[in-house]
Design a protein around this ligand. Structure first.
Ligand code: MN
Length: 339
C-alpha cells in the first residue's frame, strides 16, 4: 500500500509499504479516504516537532471506512464510515484515572509518536473510531479532529452564551474555535495579522475581526466590551507578548484564558493579575473523547466543516500541498489529502 513517509526532517516521500497485519480482536483496519494537513504535520516535516520520531508516517486528521474488524469488535462492520480519534493513552496514570486521558503521562498521537493516517490503510483500536453520518463528505469527515480541538478548548474555558470572547489567531484552530463559540451564541472577536484569514472569520460569523498589525488591540478590546475586558480568551498564536498582554490587560475580572499555543520561552506575568481577578489560566491539548460531541454538532448543523477547507489534493501530490502551506499561508486554511 502507498504511504506518505517523513524518513527524516526535510524529506517527504510517497512509498510502497506492507499492509497492516491482521487486526487483533479489539482492533480495526480503516481504509483511509481523506486526511487533513495540520501545522503540526509541517513541524514534523521541518524537524521542529518536540514529540515526533523518524521515520514517521504522519497524519492525525483521519476519515475512512472500516475494511476489517477484529473478532471481538461488535460495533463496526466493513464499509462503515468512520473518523479516527488519534489520541492513545495508557489508562493507568493519574490523568487517565481521572478521565483526562488526553494528557496521559505517556500519551501517544497517531502520526506523531506512532505511524498515522497518511496511508491507504491504518490499523487502530476500535475504541479510537467513531461512526459518522453517511451524508458527510470524506473531506468534511477529516476535519472532525480539528473540531475536537475546539470542543476541548471551549470545555476547558467553560464557555457560556453570555461571554465576550477573544480568539487570538485566525488559522484553522482559531476558526474551528470561532465556530464552536458562535454555536452557543457568545460574542466573538478574532485577531490575526493576515487579512485573508480575517475575511474568512467574518464569513463564519465573527462579531469583530482585528488585524493586530494595524490596530491597538487593547483599545478595540475595551471598546468591544464596554471597558470590562473579555471574559474568555483562546490564545492560539503562541506569541509570548500577546499572552502577557492577555493576562495583564485584556481579560476581565473572573476571566478565563485557554492556552493552545506552545512556545517554550517563558512569559512574564504578575501573580497579582491572576489573584486579584481570580483568573483561570488553563491549557488545552488534543481532545478528551470529544468526537461524539462534534458528530452531534455536525448532525445538528451547528458547525460548517466545509467552511475551513481551502484545498483538496490527491495524496500523490503531497509535496505540492506542503509547499503551498509553507509558501502561501495567506491562501491556505485547511488542506485535505484524498486517498
Ligand atoms: Mn491537527
Amino acid at each position: 500500500m502507498k504511504s506518505i513517509v517523513i524518513p527524516k526532517p526535510g524529506e517527504i516521500s510517497v512509498l510502497e509499504r506492507p499492509m497492516p497485519a491482521e487486526p487483533d480482536k479489539d482492533e480495526v483496519i480503516v481504509r483511509v479516504k481523506a486526511a487533513g494537513i495540520c501545522g503540526s504535520d509541517l513541524h514534523i516535516y521541518h524537524g521542529r516537532s518536540a514529540f515526533a520520531t523518524y521515520p514517521r508516517v504522519i497524519g492525525h486528521e483521519i476519515a475512512g471506512e472500516i475494511y476489517k474488524a477484529g473478532s471481538m469488535v461488535k460495533d463496526f462492520k466493513p464499509g462503515d464510515k468512520v473518523a479516527v480519534d488519534p489520541v492513545i493513552s495508557c489508562g493507568e496514570c493519574y490523568a487517565c484515572r481521572i478521565g483526562r486521558h488526553n494528557v496521559c503521562s505517556s500519551v501517544k498521537v497517531l502520526g506523531v509518536h506512532v505511524d498515522g493516517g497518511y496511508s491507504k490503510y491504518i490499523k487502530v483500536n476500535a475504541g479510537n473510531v467513531h461512526r459518522i453520518p453517511d451524508y458527510l463528505s470524506w473531506e468534511e469527515a477529516a476535519v472532525i479532529e480539528p473540531f475536537s480541538i475546539a470542543a476541548e478548548a471551549v470545555d476547558r474555558g467553560r464557555l457560556c452564551a453570555g461571554d465576550s470572547v477573544l480568539i487570538c489567531g485566525a488559522g484553522p484552530i482559531g476558526l474551528v474555535i470561532l465556530q464552536a463559540v458562535k454555536r452557543v451564541g457568545a460574542k466573538a472577536m478574532i485577531i490575526d495579522i493576515i487579512d485573508s484569514r480575517l475575511e474568512r472569520a467574518k464569513e463564519m460569523g465573527a462579531d469583530q475581526v482585528v488585524n493586530t498589525g494595524k490596530t491597538d488591540l487593547e483599545k478595540v478590546v475595551m471598546d468591544f466590551t464596554n471597558s470590562e475586558g473579555v471574559n474568555l480568551i483562546f490564545e492560539a498564536t503562541g506569541s509570548i507578548s500577546l499572552f502577557e498582554l492577555c493576562v495583564s490587560r485584556l481579560v476581565s475580572q473572573a476571566g478565563r484564558i485557554v492556552v493552545l499555543g506552545f512556545p517554550e520561552e517563558p512569559a512574564k506575568i504578575a501573580p497579582i493579575d491572576i489573584m486579584k481577578r481570580e483568573l483561570d489560566i488553563v491549557g488545552s491539548r488534543l481532545n478528551r473523547n470529544k468526537f461524539p460531541e462534534v458528530i452531534r454538532w455536525l448532525e445538528a448543523k451547528d458547525i460548517e466543516p466545509s467552511a475551513i477547507i481551502s484545498h483538496v489534493f490527491p495524496m500523490e501530490r503531497v509535496k505540492e500541498a506542503f509547499r503551498l502551506y509553507d509558501e502561501e499561508p495567506e491562501k491556505v486554511c485547511k488542506i485535505i489529502l484524498t486517498f
